[in-house]
Design a protein around this ligand. Structure first.
Ligand SMILES: O=C(O)C(=O)C[C@]1(C(=O)O)C=C[C@@H](O)C=C1
Length: 427
């Protein structure tokens, strides 16, 4: 099976990528031409803790509020300059159903004044005026593509051969968003993607929960008895483990990069002894038959995806928000307990806590004088909590957390996906 990957031997920054950003017809995936690998063991190029302007907690609540204000100002000025451009072209007359109408925008005597933010400014549209371009790992038919469509209906989904490439697509302005699976209700956390969130400087701007309904796919005419192998994404294989055994499929299981890629591989190589675990849409796209439907071990199998962007969104309080942070501390007793109690005392619910070993990968910390030092931490802790960064209780909790920790970064504050997916929630 041939999957293109960034070359591990190259360590220079990305020079170019090959965007083929369409999934009309037969799409190709984004691949890195000149590969870039973050060498975290290399102290000269360790991952950087982003600056306060990048929505990072560096100087307590006061500076963070200021950061938000400047971020708002930047967003507002972008909106104003875009508006001024379009006004120049159209004058004050617009056409509706062929009838000319007067655009009743009040004449602003001082056009330099920024106008007030409105609700539409809070979910920024792509600056290029086209469809929102969303990078995902996999090929069409992958669940990540479905998650992109759920989060951004009518978006243009851009297939990438690796998660790293999806991040870079956004960083290099080839895509506007990236979609990243972070947790599955059966398989648990997708650890590698947590590491990527830390290594890159993108911001979490949303989440979606996607019900994942797996099918066993094979070439038309193939029967279960012919199979000697089942291939899929490792998460998908583990989500169907018991059912495969129940179906009598005690055959070799092989992991590939994504579910739909597995289906494509079976079809492209005319494999009559191999089945793929993938979506019904993948069966349609690659001309496979569905041998078994709904083969996930748990009928309420759900994967949580986060959406990433170059800029954070402005947190609000008019709907439920979630905030994701990552922190690390020097050796010491009860730091974790203190951090958790900062949330508990303010009645802030935690929805997730994850620790990742981080011993051999230094983090570059930047102090108030902008001097950077590489620092090693044994563990990184990731916490999601149910509050918006626009709430005083969340700001105060983080100010307290900052006192106990040596490194703290807000990965994003974003609207919660409230789609009910767990049957027990509706009962
Ligand atoms: O392979 C895919 O189709 C994906 O979108 C990836 C992925 C994952 O990484 O967990 C997404 C959802 C499912 O849980 C299985 C696989």
């Amino acid at each position: 099976m041939h999957y293109l990957r960034p070359s591990p031997s190259l360590q220079s920054p990305v020079r170019a990528m090959t965007p083929i950003p369409t999934h009309r017809g037969s799409p190709s995936r984004l691949v890195i031409q000149c590969a870039y690998r973050f060498d975290s063991a290399n102290a000269t190029n360790p991952p950087v803790a982003p600056t306060s302007a990048g929505f990072n907690f560096c100087g307590g609540v006061g500076s963070t509020r200021a950061d938000w204000q400047s971020t708002c100002a930047i967003l507002a000025s972008k909106v104003v300059s875009q508006q001024q451009d379009t006004k120049k072209d159209s004058g004050n007359v617009a056409a509706v159903n062929g009838h000319k109408t007067l655009d009743l925008v009040p004449v602003d005597t001082n056009s330099n004044l920024p106008r007030a933010l409105t609700i539409t400014d809070l979910s920024p549209a792509p600056m290029h005026g086209a469809k929102l371009r969303v990078a995902y790992q996999g090929v069409p038919g992958a669940y990540s593509e479905a998650a992109a469509g759920k989060a951004y209906p009518n978006c243009e989904a851009i297939p990438c051969d690796q998660f790293e490439v999806a991040f870079q697509a956004v960083e290099l302005w080839i895509a506007d968003r990236a979609v990243l699976p972070v947790e599955n209700s059966l398989g648990g956390s997708i650890h590698r993607n947590y590491d990527l969130l830390l290594r890159h400087r993108l911001h979490i701007v949303g989440e979606v929960q996607l019900a994942v309904h797996h099918c066993l796919l094979a070439l038309p005419g193939v029967r279960k008895e012919y199979l000697t192998r089942v291939i899929s994404h490792p998460q998908a294989l583990s989500q169907c483990e018991l059912t495969l055994t129940k179906l009598g499929l005690n055959v070799a299981r092989e992991a590939v990069d994504d579910t739909a890629g597995a289906a494509e591989f079976v079809a492209a190589n005319n494999l009559r002894d191999t089945a793929a675990i993938a979506s019904a849409r993948a069966a349609d796209l690659y001309g496979l038959q569905i041998l078994a439907d709904g083969i996930q071990d748990d009928s309420s199998n759900v994967t949580r995806f986060v959406m990433l962007a170059r800029e954070p969104i402005i947190p609000r309080t008019d709907r439920p928000f979630k905030t994701s942070i990552v922190f690390a501390h020097d050796k010491g007793t009860s730091v974790l307990f203190k951090v958790l109690s900062a949330f508990a005392f303010r009645n802030i619910s935690l929805t997730k806590i994850e620790s990742r070993p981080h011993r051999n990968r230094p983090i570059r910390l930047v102090d108030d004088e902008n001097v950077g030092t590489a620092k090693h931490f044994e563990y990184m802790f990731y916490v999601d909590f149910e509050a918006s960064m626009a709430e005083a209780r969340a700001q105060n909790a983080l100010a307290e957390v900052q006192e106990f920790t040596s490194f703290l970064r807000v990965l994003g504050s974003y609207p919660m996906d409230m789609t009910p997916w767990c049957p027990s929630r509706d009962e």
